[in-house]
Ligand binder design. Structure first.
Ligand code: SAM
Length: 211
């Protein structure tokens, strides 16, 4: 998976490649998808949600430009796989999930794997998690209609926010870098994510309606 789907498609950061190599992805997918655990696609994890494609996990992690030891916020715990990848590099990971059953399952798996630097919180992560701010990196693993200002405010000076922005069918992976009160935004590549649902995302019913 790492050689053919991730390295071959341009991911160069050794810490990211090593993190993805170390984590047993099959432990994060439902038993009926075990055969596809290392294939190049997102997989259903229940509640209408998905574990992201391995390549996209690597792209987003690389885009955060972690060097090791940082405090990172993830919005959208899902299976917990991306949180594990982050926790291999960062010092501390705070991950938020709005579906409590998914959060509970992810918390159990991450604990069983021995991660002590990941905190799983059930909340509307579209508003971030100000209790632990500021963050060196924020990664949103669901598609947002626009960059929530409230997330930018929770970035440390020099911090990076990586987020898919677009409509509910396709988005552009976007990186925002904060520098004091200024910020610079870059468009990285096209992507498709389930919607970020919440106060600073999409309305719960009738996806596509902006809040
Ligand atoms: N990072 C996950 C993984 O590694 O399995 C994949 C995440 S899945 C593509 C998107 C997740 O975002 C879903 O679990 C969904 O419930 C969650 N989500 C959507 N809106 C959210 C919100 N406002 N706050 C927290 N989680 C949210």
């Amino acid at each position: 998976m790492v050689e053919h789907q991730i390295k071959a498609r341009g991911i160069k950061n050794d810490m990211v490649l090593e993190a993805v190599r170390r984590i047993p992805r099959h432990l994060f997918v439902p038993s009926e998808s075990l055969d596809s655990a290392y294939s190049d696609k997102p997989l259903p994890i229940g509640h209408g949600q998905t574990i992201s494609q391995p390549y996209m996990v690597a792209v987003m992690t690389e885009a955060l430009e972690l060097e090791g030891g940082e405090k990172v916020l993830e919005v959208g715990t899902g299976s917990g796989y991306q949180a594990a990848v982050l926790a291999e590099i960062a010092g501390r990971v705070v991950t938020t999930e709005r579906v409590s059953e998914l959060a509970e399952e992810a918390r159990r798996k991450l604990r069983d794997l021995g991660y002590t630097n990941i905190e799983v919180i059930v909340t509307d992560g579209s508003a971030g998690f100000p209790e632990r701010a500021p963050y060196d990196g924020i990664i949103v693993t669901a598609g947002a209609p626009e960059i929530p200002r409230v997330l930018v405010d929770q970035l440390a000076d020099g911090g990076r926010l990586v987020i898919p922005v677009g409509n509910s069918y396709q988005q552009t992976l976007t990186r925002l870098r904060r520098s004091g009160e200024e910020h610079v935004t870059e468009r990285l590549e096209g992507c498709v994510f389930v919607p970020l649902i919440g106060e600073h995302g999409w309305a719960e019913h009738g996806e596509g309606d902006r809040r």
